[in-house]
Ligand binder design. Structure first.
Ligand code: UDP
Length: 338
């Protein structure tokens, strides 16, 4: 009998790609989303890629009764929790909104998971490492004090999961994502930033298509080979596949510890300038960019040691940054109807 996975925030950028990979791996997927930060584009894209309608429930996980109802009406083997606010700057301006939304929703999911014996996968972030003392970072690298309420919610949710696993005999995995970029090769799902994008790749593609006049590269005086920041850009489809590995490890009882953490990255540092150059080269175009002052709160360099995920999950990033940037550009063109 096939197993059922609930994807909270399944209509978003990462959730939609994870839904596709889970479904293609044979899982029954229930998508739940309150649509507060997206429209139906990705949900429709998921159904088009899969050639079938997936169950979709419009709901807010901050509603504890609705959460409990969902878990009691469906036999859910694992839940993957994405439904959260994610804009760092906004979280600084609106901390209560972030704490309420991101923490309460996860507490409700943990409560229901405890009662129904559901495995829990939490979408964490490399932001928990802050400015690391050493690179690449392993899962043992220290977490640094969060520099924003958003970052704090990632650390707190990791701790909620760890403590619930320890107290209630549950099983949980936290995946720490580095910088997810790109889009599905079909160009039917991808990132849909509202307003001016905060993240680098949507800003690049929107500049290339003419929606933005100029890309500003934040800082070229960092202590790195070309002066721009180093990050670990991970292809969204590769990242989505890591969830299939993690979910099957939980559901099939292959976990070595009841709470496990894995870095999900490529292990390759890429500078902002290298990424921009690669985008221009693979897509055969010139990008209008300019150097600008550093952005407050940016760390100089962070990239993953992903070897634990390779050893334990049997997962490894496979796509090149060029392939990923070509997919990101195809998605932007798809959005523009080109
Ligand atoms: N960045 C940039 N211009 C932009 C957006 C981002 O130069 O318009 C840089 C940013 O300073 C960082 C890198 O791109 O070095 C990745 O930023 P992003 O916001 O995508 O992810 P972060 O690593 O901050 O989570």
């Amino acid at each position: 009998m096939s197993k059922t996975v609930l994807v909270s925030g399944g209509a978003g950028f990462i959730g939609s790609h994870v839904t596709v990979e889970l479904s293609q791996a044979g899982y029954d997927v229930i998508i739940a989303d309150n649509m507060s930060n997206c429209d139906e584009t990705n949900y429709k894209g998921v159904c088009a890629i899969l050639g079938k309608q997936l169950p979709f429930i419009k709901m807010d996980f901050c509603d504890s009764a609705a959460t409990e109802k969902l878990f009691s009406e469906n036999k859910i083997d694992a839940v993957i929790h994405f439904a959260a606010f994610k804009a760092v700057g906004e979280s600084v301006a609106e901390p209560l909104m972030y704490y309420k939304n991101n923490l309460v929703s996860f507490l409700n999911i943990l409560q229901a998971s405890r009662e129904h014996g559901t495995n829990v996968l939490f979408s964490s972030s490399a932001t928990v490492y802050g400015e690391p003392d050493e690179t690449p970072v392993t899962e043992q690298s220290p977490r640094k004090p969060a520099t924003s309420p958003y970052g704090n919610t990632k650390q707190m949710c990791e701790d909620f999961l760890r403590d619930c696993v320890a107290a209630y005999g549950m099983h949980g995995i936290a995946l720490r994502y580095f910088n997810p970029i790109g889009a599905h090769p079909s160009a039917l799902i991808g990132e849909l930033p509202r307003g001016v994008p905060n993240n680098l790749v949507p800003f690049i593609t929107q500049t290339a298509i003419g929606k933005r006049e100029c890309l500003y590269i934040f800082g070229n005086d960092y202590p790195t080979p070309d002066g721009t920041c180093l990050r670990d850009y991970i292809d969204i489809v590769d990242l989505a596949k890591a969830h299939v590995c993690a979910v099957s490890r939980m559901i099939e009882g292959r976990m070595e510890e009841p709470y496990e953490i894995f870095n999900i990255g490529t292990g390759r540092p890429v500078s902002v300038l290298e990424l921009v150059n690669a985008f221009e080269k693979v897509n055969g175009l010139k990008l209008n960019y300019r150097f600008a002052p550093r952005r407050e709160g940016d760390v100089t360099a962070v990239w993953a040691d992903p070897s634990l995920a390779e050893r334990k999950l049997g997962w490894k990033a496979t796509r090149t940054v060029e392939q990923t940037l070509a997919a990101a550009w195809a998605w932007e063109k798809h959005l523009a109807g080109k």
